[in-house]
Design a protein around this ligand. Structure first.
Ligand code: MN
Length: 307
């Protein structure tokens, strides 16, 4: 467990911020397909594009199909970081950096695409073992979106208790606790396993969302279960959660940049999308090669006309 001397709330005192506040939006996740699996897509959503730099939230499973139910062939990413967090099951990750790593429940995979990377995912589960988790994307700020690609595996993320909550830090900091993930903008991602009530400390200058994963957890008047999330906006110093279940708390300073999401990429201009599509489909060295993947290479779709 990593600790620092002073919590961020001490560095950003906003005495006018309320301890709690209104729920600004209730989001019913869209149903989507990813890697052959049914997913609940919380972001992007017609009601909300981003929370801080978080720009994509897919909640998948629990799938009871067991072994090899996750097969995602080699595909590229640009301009973002992907975060994989599993509640159960295992997934094998291979990428164009030569990484070959199995992620298990309770561990964090953090892949920085930067200028360009490709990767593939395959289930590594025992028969009957459910695969259940989330995949999130973080838009890289303009200052870092062309950086070299990188991969970070955290086998034992920081875990601590707050009231009746067991909190696992995927990224960022809460109170004195700090995650090891390499975030490039002010960001929080925390798994909150709850059996009772807890008051979680927040940063008033962050905006927040809470994603229901399992069971039932109440935020104010709103009950959250799988498929439902809330957007809380900014200005809170704490969040009261009550119930039996599990939620994902996401937060960050709003990314004040015109982010374009297309396929597996985050860009700022359409011309960049056209170039990347041509490069990936032609096998350009920008994205490297994934060795040993179980699935077929996934081609980029044609770029639609927007004008
Ligand atoms: Mn991917």
């Amino acid at each position: 467990m990593k600790t620092v001397g002073s919590g961020p709330s001490m560095r950003f005192p906003l005495p006018t911020a309320p301890a709690d506040g209104p729920i600004e939006q209730v989001i019913r996740a869209r149903s989507a397909r990813a890697g052959g699996a049914h997913v609940r897509r919380h972001l992007p959503h017609p009601l909300r594009r981003m929370i801080g730099a978080w720009c994509f939230v897919d909640h998948f499973g629990p799938s009871p199909r067991g072994a090899h139910d996750v097969v995602v062939g080699p595909h590229p990413h640009i301009g973002l970081q992907t975060v994989t967090w599993l509640l159960s099951g295992r997934i094998r990750h291979r990428d164009s950096l030569g990484t070959d790593a199995v992620i298990s429940a309770g561990q964090v995979n953090w892949m920085t695409a930067g200028w360009g990377i490709s990767h593939a995912e395959d289930g590594e589960n025992d028969p009957g073992e459910a695969v259940h988790g989330v995949q999130l994307w973080v838009a890289l700020p303009d200052t870092h979106r062309r950086m070299p690609p990188a991969f970070h595996h955290d086998p034992a993320p920081t875990t601590f208790s707050v009231g009746a909550a067991r909190v696992t830090l995927i990224v960022g900091r809460m109170g004195v606790h700090v995650a090891s993930a390499p975030a490039l903008s002010p960001l929080l991602g925390a798994d909150v396993l709850l059996s009772g009530a807890a008051e979680l400390p927040l940063e008033p200058h962050f905006e927040y969302g809470v994603v229901g994963l399992e069971g039932s957890v109440s935020v104010g008047e709103q009950s959250l279960s799988a498929g439902t999330s809330v957007y809380l906006g900014r200005g809170r110093r704490s969040l009261q959660v009550v119930g039996d279940g599990r939620v994902l708390l996401l937060g960050g300073v709003p990314l004040d940049e015109p982010v374009l999401l297309w396929w597996n990429w985050v860009f700022r201009a359409r011309a960049e999308i056209v170039q990347a599509t041509e490069q990936w489909n032609a096998g350009d060295a920008r994205f490297g090669v994934v060795v040993g993947a179980g699935g077929k290479r996934i081609m980029a779709p044609a770029v639609i006309e927007t004008d």
